[in-house]
Write a protein that binds this ligand. Structure first.
Ligand code: AHM
Ligand code: MG
Length: 336
């Protein structure tokens, strides 16, 4: 690609790789990008336009919603419901599938998203993001039911995230590598700035919320303990640690300089699945990480192979530099 390639140019090229694509996919992605630019603007203006703070409502996971959770969910819906590319949408912020209003045509894709991931960070001006995943509707042009969305991550047609950081970036895969674009606010376009992003296979940096240590299972206890031992321990090197509590920023760091990120199984709730959600957090991020040469596992299986049973189900997440994920996965199968 030449320097200054816009996202629009890039996705027209990408469309040529997708079997049976007719132009709908390019148009859908354009609408997602418009939503992301609008969200970027709202996050960036922050308190100036009165969007900070919490509401009195909770989402389906029982988490208090931020004003921006609701505003950004609405932005995603309004920008993507009208054009006739979708058979339905689902989001972290909505209990049930969002049905496309009958005044609009239906299409062949499903859009699943977390409109504002890491939103506990938004009031303190730390990076947040939007995560999205595009699936094919099993039956095109028919209003999608919940079951239509319950496809394993390997079936994703496209996954991406926007990072609202010191600059706004969009990182995207359609199954042919990972590319990153930076928003040039002067011209209102995303420009290709990070071509073919690759995750180094080795790392000395791990990310985990250590306040949950007492809930972790033995393999993760062992892995982190060995990292902390440093040079004189079995890993024979000193490790660094990061925890931003914003998965998008965490994954972006790993795509840029390597690392491992874990929100593992823990003993807090009966499902022991940790915190992160399969459909709109773990699956899109795992698709991106694998396409960049990394790995993503629950500890016991590849995340992209997990058969979903619910829109909002949680899943343990261990992802990042290939060799490091292999170490943790190895500890999960080691004899007790
Ligand atoms: P959210 O979708 O409600 O923002 O929650 C997901 C976020 C992730 O971005 C992040 O990795 C994790 O929650 C942080 O959790 P914790 O506050 O337990 O450290
Ligand atoms: Mg989230």
């Amino acid at each position: 690609m030449h320097s200054g390639t816009t996202l629009t140019q890039f996705i027209i090229e990408e469309q040529r790789h997708i079997a049976g694509a007719t132009g709908d996919f390019t148009a859908l992605l354009n609408d997602v990008v418009t939503a992301i630019k609008t969200i970027s603007n709202a996050v960036n203006k922050g308190a100036l336009i009165g969007v900070m703070g919490s509401l009195d409502t909770e989402n389906v996971q029982g988490e208090t919603q931020k004003k921006l959770d609701v505003i950004t969910n609405d932005i995603m819906i309004r920008n993507n419901e009208w054009a006739g590319h979708l058979a339905g949408m689902a989001s972290e912020e909505m209990d049930n599938v969002y049905s496309i209003p009958t005044k609009y045509p239906l299409g062949k894709y499903l859009l699943v998203f977390d409109p504002l991931d890491g939103s506990s960070n938004v009031d303190i001006n730390i990076s947040v993001g939007t995560i999205f995943s595009i699936l094919r509707a099993p039956v095109p042009n028919r209003a999608a039911a919940k079951e239509d969305f319950l496809q394993p991550g390997v079936k994703q047609v496209c996954a991406g995230y926007a990072l609202y950081g010191s600059s706004t970036m969009l990182v995207l895969t359609t199954g042919h590598g990972v590319n990153g674009f930076t928003l040039d606010r002067d011209i209102g376009e995303f420009i290709l700035t990070h071509e073919d992003m690759r995750i180094p296979a080795d790392t000395k940096e791990f990310a985990i919320n250590a306040s949950n240590q007492r809930f972790w299972e033995a393999p993760v206890q062992r892995y982190v303990a060995e990292c902390l031992e440093g040079k004189t321990g079995p890993r024979e090197r000193d490790f660094n640690m990061r925890w931003i509590a914003s998965m998008v920023a965490e994954v972006h760091r790993i795509l840029t300089r390597g690392g491992i990120f874990m929100y593992p199984r823990d003993t807090r709730d009966p499902s022991k699945a940790g915190k992160l959600r399969l459909m709109y957090e773990a699956n899109p991020m795992s698709f991106i990480v694998e396409q960049a040469g990394g790995k993503a596992s629950t500890g016991y299986e590849r995340i992209l192979d997990v058969e979903p049973t619910d829109l909002h189900q949680r899943v343990p997440v261990i992802l990042g530099s290939k060799n490091e994920v292999d170490v943790v996965v190895g500890y999960h199968s080691a004899p007790k």
